[in-house]
Ligand binder design. Structure first.
Ligand code: DLL
Length: 434
């Protein structure tokens, strides 16, 4: 099922729409945002210079730093009387990034989220259990509005209180689960305490997971543990929240809702576009935003795109699942590695679970990487020889697949703290020492 026929329109139609919307956006920011007008003047660009989609390259990039410099509402292009909603990123360091929505922005958000729910097979007959956090985080309310738009029954559970969430899922007969992948795995871990046939109590058929980089192995684990179809949703507050892209039933790649978001992939070091299919940093220009239109926003997320047709009938280009963030990339002894690549190695290993933590540190001048991984329940921690074998085989796989020398420490089941939202996988002690 496809929510909106634009999703399967010929690419020329989509691109024509993109161009006219891009021109409007450029006019809008030039006229209304001193920050952009100044940038245009500095580089000698005029809104009229945008005659084709390729001309987008002439426009300046926008970064998180720019948003922070204009905290909280400095880049808004409408009076506050037209802003009907505020959200913000968690902002673990310094000020958070604040975003605003007009009524029309809310309609766009609801629309793209309705497409997401429809991709996962949601109809008015479904009961959606929404375990994304409600509040300033866009996950909870973004999902909420999309589910409501397709007419499903929504259970606004928010995050935390795992046992209670499971009870509600059982008692209300939830058919669609919306949570972060790491929390879905934790929920399954708790649900399994009811015994091997725990799935008989649940009616779930699909899940909509996102908000954090996730390896193929962890997705398979979630899908298996809940006996459901895995749909991945991608998005970020600065652009809209969840609902920039989502995977359909036919492929693991995520369809980008291109009529609202123009995407480019660039080399993060040079800012130059990379060829289709090659990985780089995702840059997004929202095409219909009213309150906070941004040009060429550097997401920091690493992915690749393809325009190859999809078997589901949608024509909108697809992006690969996010490999990691430019700022999450670890450089260990000169080797670049993303946590999701380490997760992939762990997912193929015997005797361990996907509950792990990566600790990067320095020993003298040398980088030191330690990975703590919980063993599975069937492993007897007292069996020293077995533990040693597991540890050595993971270390060897990390070396041969990723060229990193890491020390693996196997820890007891359930000894690593669980996350109720986005998982904290990396502790980089080198950063805190700076
Ligand atoms: O995480 C929006 C969201 C909510 C997406 C619920 C999906 C589901 P922020 O808090 O602003 O917004 O964080 C955005 O999260 O730049 C990515 O690094 C990461 N992210 C979001 N979705 C995915 C995904 C929400 N599917 C940041 N895979 C983004 C990997 C993701 N990373």
């Amino acid at each position: 099922m496809i929510w909106n026929k634009i999703e399967s329109s010929p690419r020329e139609t989509i691109e024509q729409l993109q161009l006219s919307r891009l021109k409007d956006t450029v006019q809008r920011v030039y006229a209304l945002t001193p920050f952009y007008r100044h940038k245009f003047e500095q580089t000698g660009i005029k809104p009229e210079d945008i005659a084709s989609l390729k001309d987008i390259k002439k426009l300046p990039f926008t970064t998180k730093k720019d948003l922070r410099a204009h905290y909280p509402f400095g880049l808004f292009t409408v009076p506050m009387s037209e802003v009907v909603r505020i959200h913000s990123s968690s902002g673990t360091t310094g000020k958070p990034t604040v975003v605003g929505y007009t009524r029309s922005d809310m309609e766009v958000w609801d629309e793209v989220m309705a497409r997401v729910f429809t991709m996962a097979g949601t109809t008015a007959e479904d009961i959606v259990h929404n375990g994304y956090g409600y509040g300033l985080f866009t996950g909870g309310l973004g999902m909420h509005n999309g589910a409501q738009k397709v007419g499903a029954t929504i259970v606004p559970a928010s995050s935390g209180f795992t046992e209670r969430q499971l009870m509600l899922m059982k008692d209300f007969g939830a058919t669609i689960l919306a949570v972060t992948p790491s929390f879905a795995l934790h929920m399954a871990e708790v649900a399994k305490k009811a015994g091997p046939d725990y799935l008989k109590d649940y009616k779930l058929k699909a899940g909509i997971f996102g908000a954090e980089p996730t390896s193929k192995g962890l997705k398979e684990e979630v899908s298996k543990a809940w006996g459901i179809d895995y749909h991945e949703v991608y998005g970020l507050s600065e652009i809209i929240g969840p609902g920039v892209a989502c995977s359909c039933k036919k492929s693991d790649l995520l369809h980008v809702f291109e009529d609202h978001f123009f995407v480019e992939i660039i080399d993060p070091a040079t800012g130059e576009e990379v060829p289709e299919g090659q990985r780089g940093e995702l840059v997004i220009t929202p095409l219909t935003k009213q309150a906070l239109p941004l040009l060429r926003y550097r997401t920091g997320d690493i992915t690749s795109i393809t325009k190859e047709p999809c078997r589901c009938g949608r024509t909108m280009l697809r992006m690969e699942s996010i490999v990691g963030r430019t700022d999450d990339m670890l450089i260990i002894g000169g080797v670049n590695v993303y946590p999701s690549q380490i997760e992939h190695v762990i997912s193929n290993a015997y005797g361990v679970t996907l509950n792990y933590q990566i600790i990067a540190d320095k020993k003298g001048y040398l980088d030191k990487l330690e990975i703590h991984i919980e063993v599975s329940d069937e492993i007897v921690c007292d069996n020293v020889a077995q533990m040693e074998n597991i540890k050595k085989s993971i270390q060897a796989a990390l070396l041969s697949n990723l060229y990193i020398n890491a020390t693996v420490r196997l820890v007891e089941p359930r000894s690593i703290e669980r996350s109720m939202g986005k998982a904290v996988r990396i502790i980089d002690k080198r950063k805190s020492d700076e």
